[in-house]
Design a binder for this molecule. Structure first.
Ligand code: HEC
Length: 169
């Protein structure tokens, strides 16, 4: 084998990733999280115009009051007690794409998992990798509350349009 053949093989072995310097899964996940609006519903202060980089995605302080109960966007940082620390990346992908939590509960549809179901497996995995790469922040959000329970925290009440099924999924 001639020397330049060896060099060609070396280039091929790098593949498109090595040559194009593609982003890492964590970088890709960060990009998708920024585009996906996760910050709006999962960071404290968002609805008051007061977010801080330190509390990014550490759980909202406003709940959504829906026909099926009241739900606060939980802490998505990898804190073991109050966030996703004990979830595997595969469990995060399942929640994002099917709405099913590790305990079997199906997430309220205000969490746009029906839309995230359309992400490629690779992109969903990149989001999970980014969430796991964040600094853990300790912050427990309240809820979820059942239909009859009165919230003791700020909520936005979502009134369904006439004709919509009241227990809509
Ligand atoms: C419109 C608001 C909204 C947006 C946008 C949103 N979420 Fe959520 N998310 C929620 C709410 C509310 C819940 C809790 C629902 C429940 O408990 O049934 C939730 C739950 C979750 C859960 C389950 C966490 C747990 O502890 O149960 C994960 C994971 C999650 N969201 C990730 C994301 C990611 C990643 C994005 C962006 C790509 C995102 N969410 C965008 C509102 C939102």
């Amino acid at each position: 084998m001639r020397l330049h053949h060896v060099f060609m093989l070396f280039l091929l072995s790098l593949g498109p990733v090595g040559i194009a310097q593609a982003e890492t899964p964590v970088e890709r996940g960060k990009y998708l999280v920024q585009f996906g609006g996760c910050n709006d519903c999962h960071s404290p202060g968002y609805f008051f115009g007061k977010t801080t980089p330190e509390t990014f995605l550490s759980g909202s302080d406003v709940g959504f009051q829906l026909p099926q109960g009241t739900f606060v966007g939980p802490n998505l940082t990898p804190d073991g007690e109050t966030g996703l620390g004990k979830w595997t990346e595969a469990e995060i992908v399942t929640a994002l794409q099917t709405g099913v939590r590790p305990d079997g509960r199906v997430l309220a549809p205000i969490m746009p998992w029906h839309a995230f179901a359309k992400l490629t497996k690779q992109d969903a995995a990149a989001i999970a990798a980014f969430l796991k790469s964040m600094k853990p922040v300790r912050h427990q959000v309240p809820g979820p509350l059942g239909v009859g329970e009165k919230p003791t925290f700020p909520v936005m009440t979502i009134i369904m349009p006439e004709g919509a099924p009241s227990q809509s999924k």
